[in-house]
Ligand binder design. Structure first.
Ligand code: PMP
Length: 385
């Protein structure tokens, strides 16, 4: 999508295909707190560039587990969590997949339909068998909760189930807390293993704790799970490749063994992870003033996205565009699954120079107050043509 967008000479072109945050001016954003952390790191002359251990920066690992599971998490207090620094969210998913393929008794992983395009490849190449569970209902542009429960119920006992912790990509549709609770009960009753993917903590609601509620429910029951965390979106560290894989185990003793096996997975893949990005994250997470500054900047990004949803919804209402567009304000996070079909997407590209993936997914972060009216005109024309 981006290649085609770059070739288009039109001055009104808009790229809604990118999976990265953009400012109101359409520019990538480096958070102020990240710049400040980098300056502190550079000015510290005692810093050296030695290799990290195989498992990464110890402070970063501890702080990452605390961020997602909560400072008072029983699993952390009981030392039941093995955390390793990985290459962003993708690397965390892959290391988790490799570990499961090597050591876990059930090789089937259930992934939502649809899901982030890389999920099936990551897990299949790690040696797992990927199957899908129903997730999205095109008729309601919401969750197919009944389908989800049915498909998860018929999974073999012990199967792995991939869950998006919040801000499901590409649909922007998340279960409610009550639905999460039902999913949790069903999964625990069938001994299914949750593998959470958290790529948008703080990006959905603007609150880091709120966006971790689904995960914390599963940790609170004392059961096992895997957690892949990414700092690409919520700290804007896309290219620094900073993430963590945490495995919540049944006991402290098992966590030590799991960590040791994770080292054996990582060592032949890339030996040890990079230093810079993890140092930025650890600097911010361990200083309460910097942490607070981060949460404000994160909330500002989340709020801008929410405001884009409202503006687009209102623009379609004013134009009396046929159809129910309330899903635009109901869906959560970076993306909206518009419900536009591939013909309509092609029409909008051709006639309005608006670029999105052919499934009709748009990145709300790629919009601005200036481009919303143009997009609304295009959607209106596409559905009334
Ligand atoms: N999971 C989901 C659901 C995602 O949307 C993404 C990024 N688009 C990732 C994982 C991985 O991102 P990264 O490797 O850049 O952290």
């Amino acid at each position: 999508v981006t290649v085609a967008y770059n070739k288009d000479p039109s001055p009104v072109k808009v790229n809604l295909g990118v999976g990265a945050y953009r400012t109101e001016e359409g520019k990538p954003l480096v958070l102020n707190v990240v710049r400040r952390a980098e300056q502190m790191l550079i000015q510290n002359e005692s810093r050296v560039k030695e290799y990290l251990p195989i498992t990464g920066l110890a402070d970063f690992n501890k702080l990452s587990a605390k961020l997602i599971f909560g400072a008072d998490s029983p699993a952390i207090q009981e030392n039941r969590v093995a955390t390793v620094q990985c290459l962003s969210g993708t690397g965390s998913l892959r290391v988790g997949g490799e570990f499961l393929a090597r050591h876990y008794h059930e090789r089937t992983i259930y992934i939502p339909q649809p899901t982030w395009g890389n999920h099936p490849k990551v897990f299949t190449l790690a040696g797992l068998t990927a199957r899908s569970y129903r997730y999205y209902d095109p008729a309601t542009r919401g969750l197919d909760f009944q389908g989800l429960l049915e498909d998860i119920s018929s999974a073999p006992s012990g199967a792995i189930v991939l869950l998006h912790a919040c801000a499901h990509n590409p649909t922007g549709v998340d279960p409610t807390l009550e639905q999460w609770e039902q999913i949790r009960q069903l999964m625990r009753s069938k001994a299914l293993l949750p593998f959470f993917d958290s790529a948008y903590q703080g990006f959905a609601s603007g609150s880091l704790d709120k966006d971790a509620q689904s995960v914390r429910m599963f940790v609170a029951d004392g059961g096992e799970l895997l957690m892949a965390q990414s700092y690409a979106k919520n700290m804007g560290l896309y290219g620094e490749r900073v993430g963590a894989l945490s495995i919540v185990c049944g006991s402290a003793d098992i966590a030590v063994k799991v960590e040791s096996q994770l080292k054996l997975v990582i060592r032949p893949m890339y030996s040890n992870p990079p230093l810079h990005g993890a140092s930025i994250v650890a600097t911010i997470l361990k200083d309460s003033a910097m942490f607070d500054e981060w949460t404000l900047e994160l909330k500002a990004m989340a709020d801008r996205i929410i405001s884009m949803r409202e503006q687009l919804f209102n623009a379609l209402k004013i134009r009396e565009t046929p159809g129910d567009w309330s899903h635009i304000i109901k869906q959560i996070g970076m993306f909206t699954f518009t419900g536009l079909n591939s013909d309509q997407v092609a029409f909008m590209r051709q006639e309005y120079h608006i670029y999105m993936t052919s499934d009709g997914r748009i990145s709300m972060a790629g919009l601005s107050s200036r481009t919303v009216p143009h997009l609304a005109d295009a959607i209106h024309a596409a559905v009334t043509k």
